[in-house]
Design a protein around this ligand. Structure first.
Ligand code: T3D
Length: 263
């Protein structure tokens, strides 16, 4: 499939997916959803890919749904947006969450509506200092989607999540870092360098183990202490049987850098 709304490339084990409709702040159209779905399939199928790096082209990361596609003529019946959620947004954030490779998101500018929550569905979020996060849904009478009612209160607490969802107030990247909504905020000119370095570092890491870590951390968000201990034990069983674990121990003993293969 050739892409018109995204850029996609694979280099040094990192699949770089850039949302690319900069003049519309990379808002999602049906075509963009289709192209992102296709690219994510390639990420899953290509054994060379050991990390995904998501970002946006231009001055914004993503402004959520393209609202021009939701314009209605007078008298036209109301759309059922649950269809779009079921077809597009939920599968997208489920894919990012469930992908067995780490997902780094480099938030290069404003992330609004579903754009904010898609970024927050990624495993490690780095934002440019000039970037911001806006739960913009309430401004058009909608409810946060793409996992925002799950992710945001868990990271910053119900009081802040509720106020942000009900006011649509903008959260700066610095504030997002201070609140623990994202991992960190960096100077604008450092963003892509830092995000790419991190993605390459992860891609060279014990990526089966990283996928198990991802599973454990996300499961831990809604499990009991006992269940978390049991899951850690079960995942440690799997991790201990990987070639990378063997390599990690050998490298430590031989005082050399490990050469992980993601197996
Ligand atoms: O419908 C479904 O399928 C259900 C799922 C819904 C998920 C959602 O995401 S709903 C929420 C949709 N998003 C929004 O409500 C955000 C709308 N955008 C904004 O509020 C502002 O654009 C921003 C706060 C994000 C940025 O403001 P600013 O002042 O920096 O930029 P701007 O001038 O508003 O936008 C620049 C251009 O991008 C502009 O186009 P123009 O006039 O230069 O041709 C603007 O219309 C366009 N743009 C920005 N966001 C969207 C958009 N065009 C279409 N859809 C957008 N969401």
């Amino acid at each position: 499939m050739s892409y018109q709304t995204i850029l996609f490339s694979v280099e040094e084990g990192v699949a770089a997916l850039t949302l690319n409709r900069p003049d519309k702040l990379n808002s999602f159209t049906a075509q963009m959803h289709e192209e992102v779905r296709d690219a994510l399939k390639q990420v899953v199928r290509n054994p060379q890919v050991r990390c995904l790096l998501l970002t946006g082209a231009g001055r914004g990361f993503c402004a959520g749904q393209d609202l021009a596609d939701r314009k209605r003529a007078p008298g036209e019946p109301a759309p059922d947006l649950s269809e779009s959620i079921d077809k597009n947004y939920n599968p997208l954030v489920r894919s990012l969450h469930g992908l067995e490779t780490p997902v780094v998101c480099a938030v290069n500018g404003v992330a609004a509506g579903a754009g904010a929550n898609i970024a927050l569905a990624c495993d490690i979020v780095i934002a440019a200092r000039s970037a911001s996060f806006i739960q913009a849904f309430c401004k058009i009478g909608l409810v946060p989607d793409s996992g925002g009612t799950y992710t945001v209160p868990r990271r910053i607490g119900t009081a802040r999540a509720m106020a942000l969802a009900c006011t649509g107030e903008k959260v700066s990247a610095e504030q997002a870092e201070a609140w623990g909504l994202i991992w960190k905020c960096v100077d604008d000119d450092k963003l892509m360098g830092e995000a790419t370095t991190l993605a390459r570092q992860l891609a060279k890491g014990p990526t089966r183990g990283l996928a198990l870590i991802k599973r454990a951390i996300y499961a831990g968000e809604h499990s009991t202490f006992d269940a978390a201990l049991d899951l850690e034990r079960d995942l440690q069983r799997i991790a201990s049987r990987t070639e990378d674990y063997q390599e990690g121990v050998a490298a430590f003993i031989e005082k050399r850098a490990p050469d992980f293969k993601g197996r």
